[in-house]
Design a protein around this ligand. Structure first.
Ligand SMILES: [Zn+2]
Ligand SMILES: [Zn+2]
Length: 130
């Protein structure tokens, strides 16, 4: 479950100052936890932050480690985004696993691909043979 933290604490944890419109987060690998610094716009709604879509998405958990969106994105502040297809929390600006350029539209075997690519184009995808 999402836990609420006092403002100063969460800013220190995430290592960023509150942004007007962006949700910033940090996945702390040693704690297996993600801290969310909600945007000022979000806070200004006055709602319980636990019902914020980012908090709800976080309850899905995140995928960490090699070949996940969080590879190279743990233990530092990153802008957060909610994956349209999977509903989980990912670092903003995740691009296709193959071309590393186009935005992701499909999700297969824990990897994300653009319109032009899929896991069948991915020579490193071994899941299909398991
Ligand atoms: Zn929020
Ligand atoms: Zn691609």
């Amino acid at each position: 479950m999402t836990r609420l933290e006092p403002n100063g604490t969460i800013e220190a944890k995430v290592g960023a100052t509150r942004h007007q419109s962006k949700h910033i987060g940090r996945a702390v690998s040693s704690e297996q936890r993600v801290y969310i610094l909600h945007s000022q716009d979000c806070v200004d709604t006055g709602r319980d932050l636990r019902v914020c879509p980012y908090s709800v998405a976080l309850d899905e958990g995140i995928q960490t480690g090699t070949d996940t969106p969080w590879e190279d994105a743990e233990d530092k502040p990153v802008e957060l985004e909610i994956d349209e297809n999977m509903g989980d929390l990912i670092p903003a600006g995740i691009v296709c696993h193959i071309c590393n350029a186009k935005p992701v539209t499909v999700y297969t075997h824990g990897r994300r691909y653009c319109d032009d690519h899929g896991f069948e184009d991915d020579p490193t995808d071994t899941e299909t043979t398991r």
